[in-house]
Ligand binder design. Structure first.
Ligand code: HEM
Ligand SMILES: [Cu+2]
Length: 650
């Protein structure tokens, strides 16, 4: 241990798991009950599940919006929607799916899983974790409040000026989006900091970087990505808001502004964002596949390297969304070339997954079905991606349904299918019960078949020239058949999702009890009861290999992982901090207890944004100060937070 002032150091007591230990830990860790407990909880398991449920609700809202659009587009010259309504629907569908579903759902899984996979008791900053959740929820409500105000964002999720400028969009529609996104950015940023520090400092003793599950690598990598990318989009929206409210001239051509500035700032965020919403899902599949193949992932180090490389390269290719904007030829060549290169790490991961299935003896269960079909979709999305990354092809395909097909194969294929694999896989850990396997397989086939029926024909619709973002089309264009197939497919898929939901409810209340490790999986979360006790691990596990629960079978690693005897850490809410690279135990830290302040801070901060929206400068001032005060009380006084190690060490 490094030298620290005496009151900060504390040698943890090593001991076995006993009933008394469990009882005393439960007493220390149990949160408050009732409304206070509900609003104040900082337990990562509860917050993770809340994140997942909230994001799923947004998935359903976004899905309903998509279905309405598909009814409108099922045949030519339909009049279900006005052009304005169509604009609002496709904007909200994109915004919802991208910002309120795809990223938050992965955060939810990560928040639930990080401490369990790492062998620790909570995230690095539990109150900040609660804050991230509340801010996410409130920014979603903020954006959806636009429906009540009758001013729904209507310039697409991409929100290009001049469509989004005041001259052309005088209502509050775009302000809801701009301010809501800045608010959401606060949630993403605080969440990313939490993942990064948790990953670096809370891994169980012995869990060196090369023994860390791939999913954690994925989330940590994209957290760094978020910290670099979110400022770009927050700035973009802030400048837009200034343009709209205070007549600055960042984007408006008439006043000498540059609409392309928006596109650069936006895509500098939104391209890396594509990886941000798939890398954790790729990590999930990398951890799930081996379980059903009954052998370790082939090429673990290469997959991790590919994850990190993809994120880095992801920052160098944003202009491939702007090939048709008339930027110089030399840039086109660079960005096209860079976009091709980024397929290499993706291919590495695909080979690793295929090889894992190839050399394993797959057990075909629902999570395996979603994981395996995920690979198929990944490849299809990759092929259409290479096509759009080549400049001459993109100039033809730009803004057609082909791009829409590519985009959905990427997002739905890699994100949603990965998430559904994860849902079936970790459901027993979350709830203590199994989902029904037969219903799971039936739902899978509806989702899989419906998805492909929806989006495969879209490639042809696009090749035949149908532009995206149009509310209807004339008869006799030859687009009728594929559009009808797409609409039918979308309802088949929606039915599949409905079955998944039924399966969740049925499993939650009537599923058969899951033991600690129903899938015979190798990682730490499966070493504890399902659902896990409030304190997660009774003693801190000491890890000696990449597959702690498969050591008997694999005989890998230098020693044996210790799960039932280790540092007890039962003097208050404590967890062990370890060193960044090789996970040597460093010191014992206190974990923050439940608190209402993160919730209050979110309330006042959302109020602040609402005041900006309605142009109430005084209210904004007061609410801003109140937010800072909440932050102050949240952190004060330290002794009561029990964050000074050793203060309870009597
Ligand atoms: C049954 C499932 C779905 C259907 C039927 C569907 C359908 C559609 C339709 C009709 C559009 C508007 C096309 C246009 O007029 O340009 C659209 C756009 C979009 N969808 Fe979906 N969608 C589905 C699921 C998803 C999911 C799960 C995501 C993301 C997680 C997603 C992300 C997007 C995005 C980002 C756009 C905006 C594209 C743009 O114009 O820039 N969609 N979708
Ligand atoms: Cu891109």
């Amino acid at each position: 241990m490094p030298q620290l002032p005496a009151q900060y150091t504390q040698e943890p007591e090593i001991g076995p798991i006993t009933q008394e230990l469990r009882a005393s830990l439960a007493k220390t860790w149990e949160g408050e009950t009732g409304l206070r407990g509900w609003l104040g909880t900082v337990d990562h398991k509860i917050l993770g599940i809340r994140y997942i449920i909230t994001a799923f609700v947004f998935l359903i809202l976004g899905g309903l919006e998509a279905l309405v659009m598909r009814i409108q587009l099922a045949g030519p010259e339909q009049t279900l929607l006005t052009p304005e309504q169509y604009n609002e629907l496709f904007s909200m569908h994109g915004i919802t799916m991208i910002f309120l579903y795809a990223l938050p759902i992965l955060s939810g899984f990560s928040i639930f899983l990080f401490p369990l996979l790492l062998g620790t008791r909570d995230m690095a900053f539990p109150r900040l974790n609660a804050f991230s959740y509340w801010v996410f929820l409130f920014s979603g409500l903020f954006i959806y409040a636009s429906f009540l105000a009758g001013a729904v964002p209507n310039a697409g999720w991409f929100n290009y000026p001049p469509y989004s400028l005041k001259q052309y969009n005088p209502g509050m529609n775009i302000d809801f989006y701009a301010l809501g996104m800045i608010l959401l950015g606060i949630s993403t940023t605080t969440g990313s900091i939490n993942f990064l520090i948790t990953f670096l400092r809370l891994r169980a003793p012995g869990m060196s970087l090369n023994r860390t599950p791939v999913m954690l690598w994925g989330t940590t990598t994209i957290s760094v990505g978020n910290l670099l990318a979110v400022p770009a989009v927050s700035l973009a929206f802030f400048l837009l808001w200034l343009d709209r409210q205070y007549g600055t001239h960042f984007y408006g051509v008439e006043e000498g502004g540059k609409p392309l500035l928006w596109q650069h700032l936006f895509w500098l965020y939104a391209h890396p964002w594509v990886y941000i919403i798939v890398l954790p899902a790729m990590g999930m599949v990398s951890d799930i596949l081996p379980v059903f193949c009954r052998r370790p992932l082939v090429g673990y180090s290469l997959v991790v390297l590919a994850t990190v490389t993809t994120m880095i390269l992801g920052f160098g290719v944003w202009v491939h969304h702007m090939f048709a904007t008339g930027i110089p030829f030399l840039s086109l060549s660079y960005f096209s070339g860079a976009s091709f290169i980024i397929t290499i790490p993706s291919a590495v991961s695909v080979f690793a997954w295929v090889a894992t299935i190839w050399v394993g003896r797959p057990v075909i269960k629902t999570p395996f079905l979603y994981s395996a079909s995920f690979i198929v979709m990944f490849v299809i999305a990759g092929v259409s991606g290479v096509m759009t990354a080549s400049v001459p092809a993109d100039l033809q395909l730009h803004d057609t349904y082909f791009v829409l097909a590519h985009l959905h194969y990427t997002i739905v294929g890699i994100n949603l299918f990965g998430v559904l694999a994860g849902l079936y896989f970790w459901f027993p850990k979350m709830t203590g019960r199994m989902m029904n396997e037969r219903l799971g397989v039936i739902a899978f086939w509806f989702v899989f078949f419906g998805f492909n029926l929806t989006f495969l024909p879209m490639h042809w619709t696009g090749l035949m020239g149908m532009p995206r973002r149009i509310y209807t089309y004339p008869a006799g264009t030859g687009w009728d058949l594929t559009n009808m197939l797409t609409t039918v497919g979308s309802f088949v898929m929606a039915f599949g999702i409905l079955l998944v939901l039924i399966n969740v409810m049925q499993g939650r209340w009537f599923g058969k009890r899951a033991g600690p490790n129903p899938w015979d999986a190798p990682t730490l979360e499966w070493s504890m009861p399902s659902p896990p006790p409030v304190y997660n691990f009774a003693v801190q596990p000491m890890v000696a290999s990449r597959h702690p629960l498969w050591e008997d079978r694999l005989g890998e690693g230098t020693g044996r992982t210790a799960l039932d005897r280790g540092p007890m850490l039962d003097k208050g809410k404590q967890q062990l901090i370890t060193s960044m690279f090789d996970s040597e135990p460093l010191l014992v830290s206190k974990v923050a207890s439940d608190s209402l302040w993160p919730f209050f801070a979110t309330l006042t901060m959302t109020g602040f944004f609402a005041a900006l929206l309605f142009h109430w400068p005084y209210a904004a001032g007061v609410l801003g100060v109140l937010t800072l005060l909440c932050g102050f009380f949240w952190n004060w006084p330290h002794a009561q937070l029990e964050q000074v190690a050793g203060s309870q060490n009597a």
